[in-house]
Write a protein that binds this ligand. Structure first.
Ligand code: HPA
Length: 272
């Protein structure tokens, strides 16, 4: 069960490793690791070495927190996130958000790879999240001892920070980057959707679909931590003409689109 004591174990260890007073927290999505190369004066903590941190699976042995300088700020970056589809629960996957908040971050930036349900959006485009639909069947706030951490009922009327979204929009215009704005639906996965499910997602009002982000955003809102999120659209989910997709292809497309995301995030961090 989540407790202050567990969180403090992680936070104290990271402070000892030199993770002092970060300004910004960043969560990097699948195939989106290039931002890390731009961080100067890095300190690294492997997830498996951080006390009380969720244990990384074999696939995720590379998971690490990186601290350093980017865009004139101190940042802490999660390289490799935890997903429900790996068997983690809502508490595990949002634990690092609470740790980064405990370290002192004032803003949270999230990226992910997602499928485009809105067919005006194309493979390789970026979409900023304006809102979301939680289809993961649970909440990271469904805790018996939630009172230790904040309110029970968290307002979600504006889950994504308007100021950061405005800044992202103007940066995209300045750098001639296509940045859509839309609704992200989160599913558990790991299987991709059927044609009937893509039709359903469209009817529900989703523009994109992915397997992450929403739990982290819910916890950020619980913590009153301003958050923004950008999806890299890696496949077009057209139920009338659905092509089989492969994860290596998703990762390849994410990698190609990533420099645009890095440029936006770097600019945003500079502006904060
Ligand atoms: N569905 C769910 N998750 C995804 C997709 C998708 O089509 N593409 C990338 N992540």
């Amino acid at each position: 069960m989540l407790s202050r004591k567990l969180l403090n174990n992680s936070i104290e260890y990271l402070k000892q490793q030199g993770f002092e007073n970060p300004d910004v927290g960043i969560v990097l999505g699948t195939g989106l690791g290039q931002l890390v190369n731009q961080i100067e004066d890095q300190k690294v903590a492997h997830y498996n070495n951080i006390p009380s941190f969720p244990l990384a699976t074999v696939e995720f042995h590379t998971g690490k927190l990186i601290y350093g300088d980017l865009g004139g700020k101190k940042v802490v970056v999660m390289q490799g996130r935890f997903h429900l589809y790996e068997g983690y629960d809502f508490m595990d996957i949002t634990y690092p958000i609470r740790v980064m908040h405990g370290l002192g971050i004032k803003n949270l930036l999230i990226s992910n790879a997602a499928g485009a349900v809105n067919l005006d959006m194309k493979k390789g485009d970026l979409m900023q999240l304006d809102d979301h639909i939680n289809l993961q069947g649970g909440s990271p706030l469904a805790l018996k001892n939630i009172a230790e951490f904040g309110d029970r009922f968290t307002d979600m009327s504006a889950p994504y920070d308007q100021d950061m979204n405005e800044t992202l929009k103007s940066l995209a215009q300045k750098h001639d980057i296509t940045l859509h704005k839309g609704v992200y639906a989160s599913v558990v996965g790991p299987q991709l959707e059927t044609r009937a499910e893509y039709r359903m997602l469209k009817i529900l009002g989703a523009d994109a679909v992915g397997m992450s982000t929403v739990p982290e955003v819910i916890v950020a809102n619980h913590l009153k931590l301003p958050v923004c999120a950008v999806s890299v659209l890696t496949d077009e989910c057209d139920p009338e003409n659905l092509q089989p997709i492969s994860v290596p292809e998703i990762i390849e497309i994410a990698g190609k689109a990533e420099p645009k995301l890095v440029q936006l995030f770097k600019g945003l961090i500079e502006s904060l």
